[in-house]
Design a protein around this ligand. Structure first.
Ligand code: FAD
Length: 486
């Protein structure tokens, strides 16, 4: 008897899509089933936002530069691909992070966990917040927990508990930076659900962090126990050859197992080809070149705006159209150490919105990640663009470089001329989860399962933007599809 072949298409060849394809093949093999997996990627390269450039001995990240080690899916995937030896952590000597205030870089107070002061003595020493702002922040311990459990914006929640100055001076640069977002528009439940949980459990975030500092440090990713003694003990991890290492390993493994990976394959529509009245649906995907692909199951890992194009003919998609995307630019500057003239005694700095600078944050890459620059060189990375302030992203290269260099000179006294500048514009790259996102996505997925059984939608727009979240979402979608497609 011939074995039934299950045809499955993964839309998008970013980290979510490649992880989904990997786990589809793995789970099918574990069940003794044959799976025909096709990855359809619109661009001419795999990896999506993950994009490492190796240049003159530098390891330059044009998208993400690392991932949280305490979230295990990425580490597990690296293990499955035999990449554990390639993992590396941050330089323990580059611990300090600065925040700009009135054009001056202040060290971030020690004992802050996700911006919450867990060490009050150290917090009282900071020049980042006025005495009045500190007094107001500490009143947090006496503010009763809210009885309203509905979602709200991160900004509204934190301002209610800590006051406005803490939000603009510390929380906004620290937390909004992760999403290049506006704290007053980002939904708490989808971005920092642990804050609400802590408020409910302890009645105060400061008290929760202080009483349970050990747990709090783990929650903020402050320490990664080396699993089996082989992983670097570091909050953030990456691969020595850059994050594209895992993309290349995934692609190689998938191809060697017979997965069909198609580049330049933009999916433009999704239609039900058959499968009415309870029978297994078959879907027809149309590509921009007019070709079609029939498949029994689909995992879409497309950005929300691209997923909408496919799903809108079949169902309500407001949960996706409500997700705005912010554009950012990544400006990487390489220097000769001999000319550099500035001290890199930390991992970089954050710039609050109120400072009115082009740079929103800067990583002192060669100090934070020792493998990224050759001997005698320095590498600095600057982020430009955030929600409500994206004009800088579209400045011509020369103007953008000049603006970034001006900020570097003002803030850290760096006037040396770089030996090279690499600019990457990541348009519509940062999904902004709105208030109510978690419930809206759950409802959308429920409807999707009814309207288009065997079609799943996941990825950075849905359940977390961090690379481990994306890997886990790809894995979960693969597990669900393998269960559902018969
Ligand atoms: P994507 O990488 O966007 O992949 C989606 C793919 O779908 C793309 O390749 C796209 O070309 C393709 N596509 C689109 N439309 C179609 C179509 N119609 N048909 C076929 N294919 C299509 N996370 C971290 O954990 N650590 C970090 O340090 C970090 N830094 C970041 C810095 C920046 C500047 C950015 C932008 C993000 C950062 N992130 C970071 C977040 C993380 O990089 C992303 O959330 C993650 O890479 C998204 O992966 P994905 O596969 O879900 O989506």
């Amino acid at each position: 008897m011939t074995q039934q072949v299950r045809r499955m298409a993964v839309l998008g060849g970013g980290i979510t899509g490649l992880s989904a394809a990997f786990y589809l093949m793995k789970y099918a093999a574990e069940r003794g089933e044959r799976a025909e997996v096709t990855v359809l990627e619109a661009s001419d390269r795999l990896g999506g936002r993950v994009n490492t450039l190796l240049r003159d001995g530098f390891v330059i990240e044009r998208g993400p530069d690392s991932f949280l080690g305490r979230k295990l899916p990425m580490i597990r995937l690296a293990e499955e691909l035999g990449l554990t030896e390639e993992l590396t952590g941050t330089n323990p000597a580059a611990k300090k992070t600065y925040i700009a205030r009135n054009g001056v870089l202040h060290p971030m107070p020690q004992g802050l966990t996700l911006g919450i002061p867990a060490d009050i003595d150290k917090f009282m020493e900071t020049g980042l917040i006025s005495d009045e702002g500190k007094r107001r922040a500490l009143e947090e311990m006496d503010i009763p927990r809210s009885s309203d459990t509905s979602d709200e914006s991160v900004g509204a929640f934190l301002e209610r508990r800590f006051g406005r100055e803490m939000v603009t001076g510390i929380f906004e640069p620290l937390l909004a930076g992760i999403h290049a977002g506006d704290l007053y528009r980002l939904g708490l439940q989808a971005t920092f659900p642990q804050f609400k949980e802590m408020e409910q459990q302890y009645g105060s975030l400061i008290r929760g962090m202080t009483e349970n500092r050990k747990t709090a440090q783990i929650n903020s990713g402050a320490a990664v126990p080396a699993a089996g003694g082989t992983l670097p003990a570091s909050v953030f991890l990456t691969f020595r050859g850059g994050l594209s290492t895992i993309v290349e390993a995934l692609a190689q493994r998938l191809r060697s197992e017979g997965c069909d990976i198609r580049l330049g394959a933009r999916v433009v529509s999704l239609a039900k080809a058959s499968g009415i009245d309870g029978k297994q649906a078959v879907y027809r995907l149309e590509l921009s070149d007019g070709s079609t692909l029939e498949t029994d199951g689909v995992i879409s890992t497309l950005p929300a705006y691209a997923a909408v194009d496919l799903l809108q003919p079949h169902m309500e998609t407001a949960a996706l159209t409500n997700i705005r995307y912010v554009s950012v630019a990544n400006v990487v500057l390489g220097y000769d150490a001999a000319d550099f003239g500035a001290e890199l005694d930390g991992s970089g700095f954050l710039v609050p919105r109120s400072e009115n600078r082009q740079i929103t944050a800067s990583t002192w890459t060669s100090a934070k990640w020792l493998h990224t620059a050759p001997e005698g060189k320095r590498l600095i990375r600057c982020y430009v663009g955030r929600a409500g302030d994206e004009q800088g992203v579209e400045l011509p290269d020369e103007e953008l470089t000049a603006a970034v260099r001006r900020d570097l000179q003002d803030l850290m006294g760096l006037s040396a001329a770089p030996v090279f500048v690499e600019i990457t514009r990541l348009r519509h790259s940062m999904p902004q989860y709105p208030v109510g996102h978690v419930d809206a996505i759950a409802a959308l997925r429920e409807l999707l399962a009814r309207r288009l059984p065997g079609v799943l939608a996941t990825g950075a727009a849905f359940g977390g933007v961090g690379l481990p979240d994306c890997v886990e979402q790809g894995r979960e979608a693969a597990a669900a599809l393998i269960q559902s497609v018969r």
